[in-house]
Design a protein around this ligand. Sequence first.
Ligand code: IMP
Length: 196
Amino acid sequence: MKLVLATRNLGKVKELTTMLDTANKHQNIQILSLQDFPDAPEVIEDRDTYQENAAKKATVIADWTGHRTLADDAGLEVDALDGAPGVHSKRWAGEDATDAIRIQKLLEAIEGAASRKARFVAAIAIAEPNDSKSVKIVVGKCEGHITQTPAGESGFGYDPIFVPNGYEKTFAELGETIKNRISHRGEALRLALELL
Ligand code: IMP
């Protein structure tokens, strides 16, 4: 069975491929990504929820590639910011902002806040080609808090400033193996694999 990962984000392709490979022992899944479909359309994530964005991406890419497609949408919800950046995590600091700029903006926005509690949330959708009603959606979460300063090199996005509950290091310090085990995307992916 072929499964297209509807993302061009190399960090995400690596994370999802590793997790799918690990789970692939008993399943015969050939993993492709948008790297294999360079002309696939850019899907605008303009919906109000992670679930709707993931479903839109999975459906458009499944129809375009003709293969079963897995898409995710995720974000970081910070209590002191009433859940922002949330579903707008990617564009929160402007269209062309780098991860470093996003991190800096977030640290400044919660400077002195009473709570630094936050959570990552991920929705994963799986769609069959030309059958928009077939789309299935699951959600995973990871609770934690935002550090005072960035630390660590691995992962992507807000990983250097997020410490998951039960740990004292950021996702970027904990590294891929631990992150995949406890992350929002890891939880959602395990639920999604049950659907495959
Ligand atoms: P996306 O739309 O799922 O790519 O996620 C939107 C944004 O949320 C990303 O650009 C990252 O800034 C942030 N994000 C999502 N998942 C993660 C994660 O696992 N680690 C760090 N940042 C993340």
